[in-house]
Design a binder for this molecule. Structure first.
Ligand SMILES: Nc1nc2c(ncn2[C@@H]2O[C@H](COP(=O)(O)OP(=O)(O)OP(=O)(O)O)[C@@H](O)[C@H]2O)c(=O)[nH]1
Ligand SMILES: [Mg+2]
Length: 237
């Protein structure tokens, strides 16, 4: 499977281990909490690479991060919509590789003025954050790509940001119905003419983890040879 040569030379690009789902899983399992920021101004420094998880409130963002990292409580998930109100940053034992759990949008109980303020900040973040390597957009398979999801896709396009769409809670539909929604959503996304990929996902059944892991490994430039630096800073920069 790998193209490892039998020379005893130090590791080079040619004999670096192939990035397998197994290695990717191990890398993702190292993920630890970095910090919570109430606003984008208090984010970690805009260096290295990060991938943001966005979607309507209750779409399954926190559950996805927990399934992906194989940790039950890393990101808090809840039956109560609007549970994640801070911007939560995680890192993979290396501060230059981060996951960002964004607060869900569309939560009815949030006052209109706050929603507007948040949308402005979100737009700015998506368009101007240099370390942002990609956006994982989560949308419930039972009612995919609502108005604000499309708004996010337009901002991603404006920011030249690749998007990976997850149709979440795929366990809620039968296989055939899930496949149909996948195709319909692909057609809808094609019309928007932006770079995207798309998959079925279920945190409950651990469906789609390898596919998502491969996208993250690519965007965050996972290198199995790189040494990790596990130091965690105590406050935001
Ligand atoms: N059946 C099923 N339920 C899921 C799945 N993923 C998440 N849920 C449930 O959906 C609800 C919301 O999940 P969260 O992960 O908290 O959603 P979130 O997008 O982080 O929500 P906010 O933080 O409010 O934006 C919880 O009750 C989860 O148990 C899944 O794959 N299948
Ligand atoms: Mg959440």
């Amino acid at each position: 499977m790998t193209s490892v040569s039998s020379t005893s030379d130090a590791l080079t690009a040619e004999n670096a281990p192939e990035i397998t789902p197994e290695l990717t899983k191990r890398w993702l399992q190292q993920t630890t909490f970095l910090l919570s920021a109430p606003t984008f101004k208090l984010c970690p420094a805009d260096a290295g690479l990060e991938v943001a998880f966005a979607g309507r409130s209750n779409a399954g963002k926190s559950s996805c991060i927990n399934a992906l990292t194989n940790q039950r409580q890393l990101a808090r998930s809840s039956k109560t919509p609007g549970r994640t109100q801070m911007i939560n940053f995680f890192h993979m034992g290396n501060l230059d590789q981060r996951l960002v759990d964004l607060p869900g949008y569309g939560y009815a109980a949030v006052p209109e003025a706050m929603k507007k303020e948040w949308q402005k900040e979100l737009e700015k973040y998506l368009i101007s954050r240099k370390s942002l390597a990609g956006l994982v957009l989560l949308t419930d398979i039972r009612h995919p790509l609502k108005f604000f999801d499309e708004q996010m896709l337009h901002w991603a396009k404006d920011g030249d940001l690749p998007v990976h769409v997850l149709l979440t809670k795929a366990d809620k539909l039968k296989y055939g119905a899930a496949k149909n929604t996948l195709q319909q959503t692909r057609n809808q996304l094609n019309k928007l003419k932006l770079p995207f990929s798309l998959q079925l996902f279920s945190a409950q059944n651990k469906q789609g983890l390898d596919e998502l892991g491969a996208v993250l490994a690519n965007w965050l430039q996972y290198d199995p040879n790189a040494l990790t630096d596990i130091e965690t800073p105590t406050d935001a920069e």
